[in-house]
Write a protein that binds this ligand. Structure first.
Ligand code: TXA
Ligand code: MG
Length: 331
């Protein structure tokens, strides 16, 4: 199969419509990371996502809809706070989890009685979703466990010859995956941190919990239980306070003829000598750079040494979650 990378135009629009109707997969730009899409109504198409990605069969998918899509075609009702949050943040990097009504393929939710719905703000995503006019089930367009893709080339690197079309919308500005919010209870509950932060949700509806998995419990959002975002090179992870140990490891790797590199906040760059990739300064900047640095770093270096920034709150919660998981210091 030939994999074409095309920006959104009349020709790619027609191709995308044809491929989706035929049950094929189409990767597309969103404002967070690229998605690997299939018609959410077609069982075989949805199953293809799991197969081509190597995704565990119990990790459910998000369905993506365009701005004009009638939500009542997918869900029966929603709490008052959910409507307020949709009004405030959609289209945008917020995924909302509702009680399922069984309208899309059963393989989308993997046996959970809920359905995750997202309305991306990316122009390419909106045009694509409007053109096909069916809900599109889509995980991030990376092979399972690898770093999520934030350019069309990243998708190509993982899926060359395995999918027919990548809709190129340039680099993803957000850089980490959407916030996943459970909207099935009395109070909204964050299942995965992202760029729509707890603080932002509280400012609209006055409250927001953060889900913490209890020991022995079945995870509410199965994806959070898997190791993720791992670069293909070796990794190590230190806090700002452990810089000495980080430098020792760097030197050891050098002595062993390796090719190490630090991944570090821009302000700390003068504290370490040698190769470094700069994460940026603000939470939003770090989010937008993290995955492309991991993707370029894994190609160039034998060992990436992550240094955890001390900043907390806001989008940092999501950035730290992704960093810890990429560097293997958390499930
Ligand atoms: O920004 C994003 O959300 C990107 C773009 C492509 O939209 N998508 C994405 O999909 O990150 P994926 O499959 O890589 O991550 C989806 C997460 C997983 O952790 C999954 O377990 C969770 O959402 N999820 C999906 N459906 C769910 C449901 N019904 N209940 C709870 N969690 C769900
Ligand atoms: Mg993913």
């Amino acid at each position: 199969m030939i994999t074409r990378i095309m920006s959104f135009c009349e020709e790619s629009k027609q191709l995308a419509k044809d491929f989706i109707r035929m049950g094929e997969l189409v990767a597309f730009h969103t404002e967070t990371v690229y998605g690997l899409g299939a018609d959410a109504f077609q069982d075989d198409a949805v199953l293809k996502i799991f197969e081509r990605k190597g995704r565990p069969a119990d990790n459910p998918l998000i369905v993506h809809i365009h701005g004009g899509y009638d939500l009542s075609r997918l869900i029966d009702s929603e709490p008052v706070y959910a409507a307020a949050l949709r009004e405030a943040f959609l289209p945008g990097p917020l995924t909302m989890v509702y009680p399922s009504t069984g309208k899309v393929s059963q393989y989308v939710s993997c046996g959970l009685n809920t359905l995750a719905v997202r309305m991306p703000s990316s122009e390419t995503a909106q045009k694509f979703l409007k053109a096909v006019d069916v809900p599109i089930a889509a995980p991030s367009a990376n092979l399972s466990k690898h770093v999520s893709p934030v350019t069309a080339k990243h998708v190509y690197d993982d899926f060359e010859g395995k999918i027919p079309l990548i809709l190129d919308g340039g680099a993803c500005s957000g850089g980490i995956e959407s916030t996943v919010l459970d909207c099935t209870g009395d109070i909204p509950k964050i299942l995965r941190e992202g760029l729509i932060t707890r603080e932002m949700i509280v400012s609209v509806v006055g409250c927001c919990e953060v889900y913490a998995m209890q020991e022995g419990e079945k995870p509410k959002s199965p994806g959070m239980a898997y190791q993720h975002y791992a670069p293909h090179c070796k990794t190590a992870y230190f806090t700002e306070k452990e810089l000495r140990a980080a430098k020792e490891l760097y030197n050891k790797e050098k002595e062993a003829e390796g090719n190490p590199c630090f991944l570090i906040k821009t302000e700390l760059q003068d504290l370490v000598d040698g190769e470094k990739l700069l994460l940026g300064s603000t939470d939003v900047e770090m989010a937008s750079r993290l995955y492309s640095l991991l993707r370029s770093g894994e190609k160039k270096y034998s060992l990436l040494i992550g240094v955890e920034p001390e900043e907390r709150g806001g989008a940092m919660t999501g950035v730290l979650n992704r960093m810890r998981r990429a560097f293997g210091s958390e499930g």
